[in-house]
Design a protein around this ligand. Structure first.
Ligand code: ATP
Ligand code: MG
Length: 473
């Protein structure tokens, strides 16, 4: 398993990350946008003032007819051009021949210097002068009699930058305070938001280990309700499983107690004063039977435990199901002969590739042994004179079915689910048993992905007989 998958995640941290990451990402974006807007805002009033200056200068062109153009700037107006002492402001007035009339000769000419169409509104452009970035306004003025002049005003861009920086500072400083404040609020909200979970944790911690009652779903937030419902479901299943186990343990103890009590009683009978040799022999026979019964119970309990421990710890290998069925019949032959039971196998020979299934041969053999044992034990009840028949069949169609059928009393339909429960034994059965055989069969079938079905062996016959079929996929 990759290491990161094993790491516990903090819901709190995760939500905080998802809130913080976009916030921290948005902050520089908002700063960049503010910077662009601030530049635009700072430029607008300066541009307007610059254009106005160009228009003011144009008014001081003296264009008397028959004389060259003249330009005289009154001192106060010249002062006005500079808004402060450090300002770098240049102007230039050229006549229609391009001759300097007044101002700074080196100012860069406007684009399309030749075009002299007079314009009412000054135009603006960025330029460089004396190695400095400048903003320039220029204006072609009609001075009468078909003459015109060019007026240009240039201003260093520094003060716009300073203003933009001021605006940015004005926006950023409050943000520096608001951002940590927002984080603090998010943190507080999250702490408050997950408080019901902390309460739930405390309530679970305070529970006694044997308290499996459901958790209260009303005391938790709506989003956590499905989780609490799932835990309640688990608690209910756990409760029922613990009850089943308790019942199982009590039944198992009872099953063992009976033969052990018999053993003790027979031993006491044998030891009593004046017991004859015949009494002793009878007691010893009873002791032998009781210990065989106890041994059988322990063996069945172990078999069930082995089946329930699952295939996880038991090796799986390809198993020839025909061979398995044949072996089960073979092993039962001595008992069948002893009880005069007609035991047979009906199915393909071993070695057929279609009959290979992955499984555990020990468990599968245990499963068939129990079914054959049941059939041989319960079928003769319906045939006291002999004539009991037990057949093991292997049938291939889609999946593989192994069935064990007999011509015994059969199992009534409503009793079929009951016989699968541990320790259940039909009340009218005289044969010995613990009631664990069929639960073992069902568990082994389940472990192999197979299903167990119980039916009448021959519904038209009386008695109908029982048929136990294990269907492998
Ligand atoms: N082939 C059958 N015909 C009729 N009744 C059966 C048959 N197989 C099982 N039963 C009934 O189902 C009951 C449960 O069978 P199961 O194999 O689980 O236990 P058991 O045979 O009583 O004891 P164990 O198998 O542990 O020795 C039996 O007591 C019997 O009443
Ligand atoms: Mg049995």
């Amino acid at each position: 398993m990759p290491r990161f998958a094993a790491r516990a995640h903090s819901l709190f941290g995760e939500i905080l990350d998802w809130v913080l990451a976009p916030l921290l990402l948005l902050w520089p974006i908002s700063l960049a946008l503010t910077w662009l807007v601030a530049q635009e805002l700072a430029a607008r009033p300066f541009d307007r003032a610059l254009a106005h200056n160009a228009q003011v200068l144009a008014q001081f062109i003296d264009a008397a007819p028959g004389r060259p153009l003249r330009f005289s700037l009154p001192q106060p107006v010249g002062e006005l051009l500079r808004s402060d002492d450090g300002d770098l402001v240049y102007y230039q007035v050229l006549d229609d021949a391009g001759q300097l009339i007044s101002g700074e000769a080196r100012l860069p000419p406007p684009p399309q210097a030749g075009a002299t169409t007079p314009s009412a509104q000054p135009r603006l452009r960025d330029a460089e002068f004396l190695g400095l970035p400048m903003r320039m306004a220029w204006l072609h003025v009609a001075t009468g009699a078909g003459r015109h002049a060019l007026v240009q005003v240039a201003e260093a861009r520094d003060k716009r930058r300073v203003l933009a920086a001021e605006i940015i500072k004005g926006v950023m400083l409050p943000q520096l305070i608001i951002l940590p404040l927002a984080l603090l609020l998010v943190w507080l909200a999250l702490t408050r938001g997950i408080r019901p979970l902390t309460h739930l944790q405390a309530r679970i911690r305070q529970r006694r280990p044997d308290d499996l009652s459901p958790l209260d779903t009303l005391a938790v937030p709506q989003e956590v309700t499905p989780l609490v419902l799932a835990v309640n479901g688990l608690l209910a299943r756990l409760d029922s499983s613990i009850q089943t186990q308790k019942r199982f343990l009590a039944d198992a103890a009872h099953q063992l107690k009976t033969p052990l009590a018999g053993l003790q009683m027979q031993a006491e009978l044998a030891l009593r004063e004046g017991a004859s040799e015949r009494d002793l022999k009878t007691s010893l026979e009873q002791i032998g039977l009781a210990s065989a019964r106890a041994t059988h119970t322990v063996q069945q309990l172990l078999a069930l435990a082995r089946a329930e421990s699952g295939l996880g710890i038991m090796a799986r290998q390809p198993v020839d199901l025909a061979q398995l069925a044949r072996d089960a019949v073979q092993d039962a032959v001595p008992t069948a002969l002893e009880r005069h039971i007609d035991l047979g196998y009906d199915g393909p020979d071993a070695g057929d590739k279609r009959l290979l299934r992955h499984g555990n041969p020990v468990l599968l053999k245990e499963m068939l042994r129990n079914l054959v044992d049941n059939a041989m034990r319960y079928a003769p009840a319906a045939h006291p004179e002999g004539g009991a028949r037990v057949t093991v069949r292997v049938h291939v169609a889609g999946g593989i079915t192994i069935s064990v059928s007999d011509n015994g009393p059969g199992i009534p339909e409503k009793e079929r689910p009951l016989v699968l429960q541990p320790f259940y034994r039909s009340s009218d059965t005289a044969a010995e048993g613990t009631g664990l055989g069929l639960p073992i069969v069902q568990e082994i079938a389940r472990q192999h992905g197979a299903t167990l079905t119980i039916s009448d062996a021959d519904p038209s016959a009386t008695p109908p007989g029982a048929c136990f079929a294990i269907q492998f996929q």
